[in-house]
Design a protein. Structure first.
Length: 166
């Protein structure tokens, strides 16, 4: 029985590294599942999203070129299905993040820690969404309340600080 030293162990190590290696799509799946399961917004995976976008663009070019070359329709269908699956994962990952931003907008805008987890585009979206929601609330509800209650972050006049958005 080999104790793991010598020539026999390199084959096992290579097989194990191949087995545990993850592709960008696997990493995106993990990021998507984590984002869906986490109660707070997680750190934006900028490098991963950039690589996935490049891979999608390259795959689209390859599918178009292969279709023009008269590649087997079944093979092309499988490539297109894989491409569609990757696009779905990316869109769903970004959609989940936007839903969390909309749901927890005041908390995210109030804390630097949460705001720093967002991409530049998400930060712009959050600021715009927050401004729009504040304006809407002031126009429709808050302007009709007594002055002690006319803040979107305060629930009671007895509270010295904001009770919402913590």
């Amino acid at each position: 029985m080999d104790s793991g030293t010598g020539e026999g162990s390199t084959s096992f190590t290579d097989d194990y590294e191949t087995f545990i290696s993850t592709t960008d799509v696997d990493l995106l799946k993990r990021a998507w599942r984590n984002e869906k399961a986490a109660p707070e917004i997680l750190q934006y995976e900028a490098a991963l999203v950039h690589r996935i976008k490049e891979q999608i663009e390259l795959a689209e070019q390859n599918v178009e070129a292969s279709e023009a070359d008269g590649e087997d329709p079944l093979t092309m269908s499988l490539y297109q299905m894989d491409l569609d699956r990757t696009q779905f994962l990316l869109r769903s990952y970004l959609r989940v993040r936007l839903q969390k931003i909309e749901k927890y907008i005041f908390h995210i805008l109030k804390t630097d820690e949460s705001l720093n987890r967002l991409s530049d585009e998400e930060q712009t979206f959050a600021a715009s969404c927050g401004d729009d929601l504040r304006a809407h609330l002031k126009e429709t509800v808050l302007s009709k309340l007594p002055t002690d209650y006319n803040s979107e972050l305060k629930q009671s006049a007895a509270s010295e600080e904001d009770d919402m958005g913590k």
